[in-house]
Design a protein around this ligand. Structure first.
Ligand code: PLP
Length: 459
């Protein structure tokens, strides 16, 4: 039973809950994001500590994290180098606005990140999250065309089953139905979507990129014909769609999107909030696929998830278009109070140091094959209808129960937590995996053994 608060008084503690932890007793006040709140509060799963590849609960139980945070914490939790950098920074410069002045750490991190990016990408604009990065990128795209005298280019194109965060821009170009449904009337006007690339009939159980499906990029030509390409500002896609269940681009698909964008003068935005910083064994997915977008959005791995921060990386030609008019005038009326926050930037710099010093992206590359083999060992499982993977992103899709979509995935998630001490992420009936970039292969294997026991035990 959970504690009830009165409006005026302190928490009233009902009898019989003395064994509950403080966090559990106070849960009533907490409206959790993307969570079935009522179900969760019946039996909360509360983490209170972390180190390396494990979380701990208040009773001291250690849980292996199969999702490295929320695609965030590739080099493990509480990495000592990042902890130290954050502690030092918060005692040195805790905050400094970045409008018309700035701080040394933001300057250094922008330079560092651009140094890792494809050559043509020369500018780094800081945000505080993936959602803010996406909305910033969309605004930059609109501003770019207007600055070049093509203010008619206002249409934005996303992709079905894309996830670009939860702010109004990202939600509008996103293609996840439950995220859009309630807000349908308030979505941005002038947005359209190309079809997604997920097709079990052709691509089920593919290891890596499917051979079938490059032609699906031609759907962009359909929208160019419908709206006229000259009215379209930008196309945004995740190079590998993550939150919608790891949808891997078919061979040649991203290249084709690039060609069509070039043909019609449309900017191509890669949403690399998940893909960047080693999840695809390179600093950026653009480098892994050899396809150059005009804008890259990032967050998560930028600070290893330690302090919220995002960044939008922009091609020189896009930035140059803004750099006109009187030099004393602001060129882009956009930014956040916490853009380039010094503590976040210090965490980012420390994360970049670790990536370099520990060879994180090479570690990530070396784990791809064992990870793929472990995932695909579920191909014959009775519940499984697809397994897919690319880099260190993977998914096991289970058939939904008759009349109860999501129930099987939800039960698997809970059983993993309570019975196997594993934190596993499910999106409906698809289990998603985002192993640490520096995973221990034996630990990874043991985690999949636990998952198998769970899948064997559920209906
Ligand atoms: N874009 C992509 C591709 C994402 O995967 C996410 C989050 O998972 C976002 C944007 C939103 O990021 P945030 O939750 O930090 O706002």
């Amino acid at each position: 039973m959970l504690c009830r608060r009165t409006l005026r008084g302190p928490a009233v503690k009902p009898t019989g809950d003395s064994e509950m932890s403080a966090a559990q007793r106070n849960l009533d006040a907490y409206w959790m994001p993307f969570t079935a709140n009522r179900d969760f509060k019946k039996k909360p799963r509360v983490i209170s500590g972390a180190s390396g590849h494990y979380y701990t609960t208040e009773d001291g139980t250690r849980l292996y994290d199969t999702f490295s945070g929320l695609w965030t914490s590739g080099i493990g939790h509480c990495h000592p180098k990042i902890v130290e950098a954050v502690q030092k920074q918060v005692a040195t410069l805790d905050y400094c606005m970045t409008f018309q002045v700035t701080n040394d750490k933001a300057v250094a991190l922008a330079d560092r990140v651009i140094g890792m990016a494809p050559e043509e990408i020369t500018q780094c604009f800081f945000t505080n999250s993936g959602s803010e990065s996406v909305d910033t990128a969309l605004k930059i795209a609109l501003g770019y065309h207007r600055a070049r005298g093509e203010g008619n280019r206002t249409r934005l194109i996303g992709r079905e089953r894309g996830y670009h965060g939860v702010n109004f821009g990202g939600m509008s170009v996103g293609g996840m139905v439950p995220n859009r449904k309630v807000f349908s009337a308030a979505l941005l006007p002038g947005v359209d979507h190309i079809r997604h690339t997920h097709d079990l009939e052709h691509n089920a159980f593919t290891r890596g990129q499917p051979e079938w499906g490059a032609h699906l990029a031609d759907d962009l030509e359909r929208l160019c014909a419908l709206h006229d390409g000259s009215n379209i500002a930008a196309v945004i896609v995740e190079p590998v769609a993550g939150s919608t269940g790891v949808l891997v681009p078919p061979v040649g698909y991203l290249e084709r999107l690039r060609e069509i964008c070039d043909k019609h003068g449309i900017l191509l935005i890669f949403d690399e909030v998940i893909a960047a910083f080693g999840r695809l064994a390179r600093p950026f997915g653009a480098q892994r696929f050899g396809v150059m977008p005009d804008i890259i959005t990032t967050a998560k791995g930028l600070t290893n998830g330690v302090v919220p921060m995002g960044a939008v990386l922009v091609r020189d030609s896009v930035y140059d278009a803004f750099m006109q008019g009187p030099e004393n005038m602001i060129e882009l009326f956009h930014g956040y109070t916490y853009s380039g926050h010094p503590v976040a930037a210090a965490a980012g710099l420390a994360a970049m140091d670790v990536y370099d010093e520990e060879g994180t992206f090479d570690q990530s590359a070396a784990l791809e094959q064992p990870f793929e083999d472990l995932l695909h060992s579920f191909a014959e499982h009775k519940h499984v209808i697809d397994v897919r993977n690319f880099g260190l992103m993977g998914a096991i899709e289970m058939a939904p129960r008759e009349g109860a979509p999501g129930a099987r995935g939800g039960e698997a998630h809970k059983k993993c937590f309570w019975d196997e001490n594993l934190v596993v992420r499910n999106g409906m009936d698809t289990l998603q995996f985002s192993p640490f970039l520096n995973s221990d292969p034996d630990e990874m294997q043991r985690s999949f053994e636990g998952i198998r026991r769970v899948l064997d035990s559920i209906e």
